[in-house]
Design a protein around this ligand. Structure first.
Ligand SMILES: NC(=O)c1ccc[n+]([C@@H]2O[C@H](COP(=O)([O-])OP(=O)(O)OC[C@H]3O[C@@H](n4cnc5c(N)ncnc54)[C@H](O)[C@@H]3O)[C@@H](O)[C@H]2O)c1
Length: 333
């Protein structure tokens, strides 16, 4: 297939390489000329050290490169999905298979990223969300990885499954694009909190408590918004939560550690350098929790620390001292 990958960050580059290895003709679009020049001359992405970019991988900065492609992958940071889809839309043919691999929810509208692409392309494309426990650095090194391709359009999900799947990259298909995209965005908040607990010096018990109760509250919101509970128990749900919480590849985790160690939120975000999606997602999740009337105490705690300057240790103590609950009845998903 003729493919364009829009966004040459770590994830876009790693996926472009998977598609190239699978025999597709791939063009990788860079947001900046400077970034494109580094990729062209060094044949390496600084975010994927040691992973060579074969000469067959075309690099460009013209968004018109999406024209006449059968498959277009959107891999920008979530905040840039709308503007990028807007720029690409005039060049996308009707029925183009579009894969959204970014993770987030739009601030202000609370739309999922596939909904934004659908809006900007006026419903002309077949959209699939691809998500799961997958660090770019590891996919780039051929570490065995599994993801989910989700779409209401079953044929489109299976075409994406076929395009990406190989012996190191296993793809499951799913109709639950709502659950897959929400799980991807919501887990970043929990991963940030996990990092905060690490930064505060707590142990494995706290980590397990946070991941388990974090999954419960994110699934509660996800199901209220139309996602399926099975998705939250699958690769895009608990799978991605585990990998994002436990890995030092995760910027959310790293930002959380710095905050737990006493750095200000601004200092932590600056030190991590790259986009910390969990910071933005925390604000959006709070809005959604209010809109759907869902109790999300951990996400609310994250909001208090990130946006209201509360001390993480105090917030954690408040969470521990909440009213007693029934684990099964309280799950309600
Ligand atoms: N890195 C991973 O392992 C991974 C895995 C799965 C999903 N994701 C998701 O994929 C998305 C991209 O992540 P990443 O790690 O590749 O990001 P990154 O931080 O490595 O790269 C960001 C890229 O976006 C470009 N960019 C910056 N501003 C832009 C704009 N206004 N318009 C278009 N492009 C712009 C930058 O030039 C850069 O190439 C995120 O939503 C992330 O959550 C990442």
């Amino acid at each position: 297939m003729k493919v364009a990958v829009v966004g040459s960050g770590g994830w876009g580059t790693a996926l472009a390489l998977v598609l190239l290895e699978n025999g597709h003709e791939v063009t990788l679009w860079s947001f900046s000329e400077k970034e494109a020049e580094i990729l062209r001359t060094q044949r390496e992405n600084p975010l994927l050290k040691g992973v060579a970019l074969p000469a067959a991988l075309k690099i460009c900065t013209e968004i018109a490169c999406v024209a006449e492609k059968e498959l277009v992958v959107f891999a920008t940071p979530s905040f840039a999905v709308r503007e990028t889809a807007q720029k690409a839309a005039p060049y996308l043919g009707d029925g183009t298979l579009v894969v959204s691999v970014s993770k987030g929810i739009e601030k202000g509208t609370s739309l999922r990223l596939s909904q934004i692409i659908d809006e900007e392309t006026k419903g002309r494309c077949r959209i699939v969300a691809l998500s799961g426990p997958s660090h770019a650095e590891e996919v780039g090194r051929h570490v065995p990885t599994g993801c989910v391709a989700a779409s209401l359009d079953r044929e489109a999900a299976e075409m994406v499954q076929d395009a990406f799947m190989n012996e190191r990259f296993r793809i499951y298909s799913s109709p639950d694009i709502v659950g897959v995209e929400l799980a991807a965005a919501l887990k970043n908040v929990i991963a940030l909190c996990y990092g905060v607990c690490d930064g505060l010096g707590y142990g494995d018990n706290t980590r397990a408590l946070l991941m388990t109760r974090g999954l419960t509250e994110t699934a509660r919101l996800g199901v209220a918004m139309g996602g399926k509970k099975e998705t939250f128990a699958g690769l895009a749900g608990v799978g991605d939560l585990i990998v994002t919480c436990t890995s030092m590849h995760s910027r959310n985790h790293r930002a959380g550690i710095l905050i737990g160690q006493g750095k200000s939120v601004e200092e932590a975000l600056k030190e991590v350098g790259a986009v910390v999606e969990g910071y933005y997602a925390t604000d959006t999740v709070r809005t959604l929790a209010g809109k759907y009337g869902i109790e999300m105490p951990i996400s609310e705690g994250a909001y208090q620390v990130l946006y209201n300057g509360r001390h993480a240790k105090d917030v954690l103590m408040e969470l521990m001292c909440r009213d007693k609950k029934h684990e099964i009845e309280d799950a309600s998903w």
